[in-house]
Design a protein. Structure first.
Lengths: 302, 134
């Protein structure tokens, strides 16, 4: 199957600073991929390079199997972090501008979206709040019914009700076959809407996989002993164990792909209890970016 | 209309497994009757605000397990033939997981098997009084 979006070996340096390092990411048709990372991790830079708005130091890109050309934008919509809108035009004038510029502009859809976001058509966009400006940019993007969406923090500045609306719009588009790559600071949004998550740290991709698959493989195994926790030979160097926490009679091992084997290791030492705990995406994210674990090899990564 | 299922996206339990569990529970409780149509992937994804591929994966697994059947163009339905058996099995799956976790925790608290068995008998007596009382 042809990838909707393919980024291969992207590196972007600004002078001595490496914003993105050797990043490869592919998004399949109909998938929603959430890009997470602390501020400055390289999310926006990745989007800008992908869309030809910044020149990559090295790397290549393909949208639906083809190199980027002006024609690419007939099937792709990009909503940048800071929406590019005309301050002195009203919302109605923005919609009219889109109607004239884009043959595929869907005026009925735009009308529905304006209602949903409860915006005043006659107000100048410059007088809108940050959240309302985000809404305008999203209305324009979704009115073009693109096959591919690249959304840089699409819910920023919106209240929880409109944030949920944005997720619903993304889910509806994906159910209709659209592909979405979006960045967010809100892990809960990615956890709901995305089937795929990529986590960036200091310009490097540290996690890339299906959200459900990560939740299946990432576990905490906690053992409680009757007296002080024993020293378990080779546990710290076990490739499945990414981190160990000890406190008195308790040992906790953060495990990827092999919690059963780690449970057996603990059971050799007759613990009072061994529990396998599931990890939410927030814990997976924090474990991935907190510096205790520089790179996490996963799945089909070499 | 409220969604017929609820899921907790923040939980560490994969969402597709939560959807599977919810459908099994609904079949076991009879809130989804044999032959009844399930929501489409798109409408359930929108009801729950979760990824459509997640719902689609749950439906595929439920079909593989014989709980539902999908006919292209018509939608997904709770299996009509042999459905009582499937419903019972679905109920047992859900109940076994819950009981297993309770027993595990009782053991972790240091109780021996005979003590846990006695406690289980007490609990059974409370919920099924006609068996306990002469």
């Amino acid at each position: 199957m042809e990838h909707s979006i393919a980024i291969r070996d992207l590196t972007k340096r600004y002078g001595d600073f490496t914003a993105v390092s050797n990043l490869s990411l592919e998004v399949e048709p109909g998938s929603i991929c959430g890009l997470l990372g602390p501020n400055g991790a390289g999310k926006s830079t990745t989007f800008k390079c992908l869309l030809g708005l910044a020149r990559p130091t090295s790397g290549s890109f393909a949208i639906e199997g083809k190199a980027l050309t002006p024609a690419t934008f007939e099937s792709l919509a990009y909503v940048p972090e800071k929406s590019a809108l005309y301050e002195n035009l009203t919302l109605a004038q923005h919609l009219e501008y889109y109607r004239r510029c884009y043959a595929r502009y869907d005026a009925a859809r735009a009308g529905e979206l304006v209602e949903m976001f409860k915006l005043e058509r006659k107000k100048k966009v410059g007088r809108y709040s940050k959240g309302q400006r985000t809404a305008v940019a999203l209305i324009l993007a979704f009115s073009l019914r693109p096959r591919i969406f690249v959304l840089d923090e699409p819910a920023s500045g919106l209240d929880p009700i409109f944030q949920r609306l944005v997720l619903d719009l993304m889910i509806e588009a994906a159910a209709g076959g659209a592909t979405i790559l979006f960045s967010s600071h809100q892990i809960g949004q990615v956890e709901r809407a995305a089937d795929r998550v990529a986590i960036l740290k200091n310009g490097t991709l540290v996690v890339d996989g299906s959200v459900d698959e990560l939740k299946t493989t990432e576990k905490i195994v906690e053992a409680i002993f009757a007296s002080a926790a024993p020293d378990i030979d080779g546990l710290a160097s076990d490739p499945r164990v990414r981190r160990i926490e000890r406190s008195g009679r308790i040992v906790r091992a953060y495990v990827r792909d092999g919690s059963d084997a780690i449970v057996k290791r603990f059971e050799e030492f007759s613990p009072r209890d061994v529990t396998v705990m599931d990890l939410g995406l927030e814990d997976i994210f924090l474990t991935a970016v907190d510096g205790r674990d520089a790179t996490i090899p996963h799945g089909d990564q070499p | 209309m409220p969604a017929i299922f609820t899921v907790d996206p923040r939980s560490g339990v994969p969402l597709y497994l939560q959807v599977i569990e919810q459908v099994k529970r609904a079949v076991a409780l009879g809130t989804l009757a044999p032959g009844e149509q399930l929501p489409t992937v798109k409408s359930l994804a929108l009801d729950l605000t979760v990824n459509p591929n997640t719902v689609a994966r749950a439906y595929r697994d439920l079909e593989r397990d014989g709980i539902i059947e999908t006919s292209p163009g018509r939608g997904s339905f709770v299996r009509a033939n042999g459905a009582p058996g499937e419903a019972l099995r679905a109920a047992e799956d859900v109940a076994a997981a819950l009981l297993g976790e309770s027993v595990r925790q009782a053991k972790a608290l240091g109780l021996e098997r005979p003590r846990i068995a006695a406690l289980l008998e007490d609990v059974l007596g409370r919920w099924f009084p006609e068996i306990g009382e002469e």
